[in-house]
Design a protein around this ligand. Structure first.
Ligand code: PMP
Length: 446
C-alpha cells in the first residue's frame, strides 16, 4: 500500500507482510497489545537513532512516543551504549550482587530525597508490585486507592479502570471494569477508585474504608492519561490524608521519574512520597526499574517482605543506568528538553490558533498532553469534553507524514534530548499539513 499524504509517500508494504507472518506466531503479531495498531497499520521497526526511528519499509519518523518514555536522551545514545558495552564485559547476572548497585542506588537517593533506600527491578510493573507489597506489610492493610485514568502496569490487582468511552455525566458514577478478561473479580474488592484533584472524594473513601486501605497510588502527572496534572493543593491534601489514616503514599514515577525534573514529579511539585517507583528513563531504554522509599518502609524488605528476581541488577542495565543518571544529574540535558518542549508548544499553538482551534497542554514539556479544549481537564472524566475525535483523526495523518505520536489521545507526547538536534521545524511543518488534512477530512465526513 502506497499512500500519498500531503505530498509525502508512505508505504507499509513490508510491515503489512510481516504482520501477516508474525500474527501466525505472536498474538496480534506483536509483543505488547499496545503495539498493535490494526492489521494494515502495525509498524515494525528497523532501527532508531537520536529522536528518529525507521521502519522496515524505510519510512523515517520523528518519534514523540519514545517507547512510552524510556528514551530520555535519544535512541542508541553513544554515551549510554558505551557504558552498556562495559556492563556486558562484567558478565550479566550472577545470583549475587555487584558494587555498581550501590552507586546507582546512591545516585537515585541523591536525586530523589524520598528514595532513602532502593531495590532494583526489571520493569515498572514489578516495581509497583513490590511497592504495593511493602505498603501492605507496613500498614497491615490490603486495599489500595488508585486515581481514575492512572495506569500502574500489567498485574492483576491494579488492572481495574473507570471506563469512560461511552460514559456521560448524566449516567451517574462510571463503572469500574477490569482491563480485560482473566482479571479475577475478587481483586476488585481491594481496589478503590477516586478522581484526580478532588480531595473530598478521597477523604470520604478514607473515612469509610481506612481500616482496609493501606496504599494510595498516584501519578501526579498522569503519563497514561494525557498528562492530566494534579494541583499542588490536592497533593498536599492527599499527603495529609495518608498521614492521618495510616496509608502509604506510593508515587508512581515510572513515567515522570528522571524526566520531568531531576527529582521527578516530587521535585517539580514539592512534595514527598512514602514509596516511589521508577523505570523507563532510568536507563535510556535498557530494562531497569526501581522501588524506593523511606527507610522505615523499605526496611520491611528483608524483614518479612520478599523481593527478588533473577534479572534484577543486570550488569548491562546497571551500567546504562549509571551513565544515564549521571548525564541527567550533571548536565543540562533536562533543561535542553524543556526548552525544546516549550518551543514546540509555542509552534503548535501558533498553527492551531491560526485556525481557531481551541487547545491546551498538560503535564510538563518533557511529557506533555495536547488537548483540543480551551482548558485542560482537571481529571479523567473531563477528558470527554475535549475534541478527542480531532486528535484521533490527526494522529494517523501525522504518522503518514513521518511524525510518530500515540494514536490514542490519552497518551502524552514524550521528548528527548536528541529532539533538539534539528527536529523542530520539520515537526511544525508536518504538523501544520496534518492539521489541514484533518480539518479537510472532518468536514468531508460531516
Ligand atoms: N506505572 C506507570 C505509571 C506506567 O506508565 C507503566 C508503563 N507504561 C507502568 C507502571 C508499568 O511499567 P512496565 O511497562 O515497565 O511494566
Amino acid at each position: 500500500m502506497l499512500r500519498n499524504i500531503g505530498g509525502s509517500m508512505r508505504s507499509l508494504t513490508r510491515s503489512n507482510q510481516h504482520f501477516q507472518k508474525a500474527s501466525g506466531k505472536l498474538p496480534l503479531g506483536v509483543s505488547s497489545n499496545f503495539r498493535y495498531w490494526g492489521d494494515d497499520r502495525t509498524i515494525y521497526v528497523k532501527r532508531g537513532k537520536g529522536a528518529r526511528i525507521w521502519d522496515i519499509d524505510d519510512n523515517e519518523y520523528i518519534d514523540y512516543r519514545l517507547a512510552y518514555g524510556p528514551v530520555i536522551l535519544g535512541y542508541a545514545d553513544p554515551r549510554v551504549d558505551e557504558a552498556a558495552r562495559r556492563g556486558m564485559e562484567v558478565g550479566g547476572v550472577f545470583a549475587l550482587s555487584t558494587e555498581l548497585e550501590f552507586d546507582v542506588a546512591s545516585r537515585i537517593s541523591k536525586m530523589v530525597p524520598a528514595a532513602e533506600l532502593v531495590r532494583f527491578s526489571n520493569s515498572g510493573t514489578e516495581a509497583v508490585m513490590a511497592a504495593l507489597r511493602i505498603a501492605r506489610a507496613f500498614t497491615g492493610k490490603d486495599g489500595h486507592i488508585a486515581v481514575e485514568g492512572g495506569y500502574h502496569g500489567v498485574f492483576t490487582e491494579l488492572l481495574w479502570q473507570t471506563e469512560l468511552d461511552d460514559w456521560r455525566p448524566s449516567m451517574g458514577e462510571p463503572e469500574l471494569q477490569p482491563y480485560g478478561d482473566g482479571v479475577p473479580a475478587v481483586t476488585e474488592e481491594l481496589f478503590y477508585s477516586v478522581p484526580l484533584n478532588d480531595a473530598n472524594v478521597a477523604e470520604d473513601v478514607l473515612k469509610r474504608y481506612h481500616d482496609d486501605i493501606g496504599a494510595f497510588l498516584i501519578e501526579p502527572i498522569m503519563g497514561n492519561c494525557c498528562g492530566i496534572t494534579a494541583e499542588k493543593q490536592y497533593l498536599r491534601d492527599i499527603r495529609e490524608l495518608c498521614d492521618r489514616y495510616d496509608v502509604a503514599l506510593i508515587v508512581d514515577e515510572v513515567k515522570t521519574g528522571f524526566r520531568v525534573a531531576r527529582g521527578g514529579v516530587q521535585e517539580l511539585f514539592g512534595f514527598r512520597a512514602d514509596l516511589c517507583t521508577f523505570a523507563k528513563a532510568i536507563g535510556n531504554g535498557y530494562p531497569i526499574a526501581a522501588v524506593a522509599g523511606l527507610d522505615d518502609l523499605m526496611r520491611n524488605v528483608g524483614d518479612g517482605v520478599v523481593h527478588g528476581g533473577t534479572f534484577t541488577g543486570h550488569s548491562v542495565s546497571l551500567a546504562a543506568a549509571d551513565k544515564t543518571l549521571e548525564i541527567l544529574d550533571e548536565t543540562d540535558a533536562l533543561q535542553t528538553i524543556e526548552n525544546y518542549g516549550l518551543e514546540l508548544q509555542r509552534g503548535l499553538s501558533r498553527i492551531l490558533e491560526g485556525r481557531d482551534i481551541a487547545h491546551s497542554f498538560t503535564g510538563a514539556p518533557a511529557l506533555m498532553g495536547l488537548f483540543f479544549a480551551e482548558r485542560p481537564p482537571a481529571d479523567y472524566r473531563e477528558w470527554i469534553d475535549s475534541d478527542y475525535e480531532f486528535y484521533d483523526t490527526l494522529a494517523p495523518k501525522l504518522h503518514d507524514l513521518g511524525i510518530l505520536v500515540e494514536p490514542d489521545s490519552r497518551e502524552p507526547w514524550f521528548l528527548c534530548e536528541a529532539h533538539s538536534h534539528g527536529c523542530l521545524d520539520e515537526t511544525l511543518d508536518k504538523f501544520e499539513k496534518a492539521v489541514d488534512l484533518t480539518i479537510q477530512k472532518m468536514s468531508n465526513d460531516a
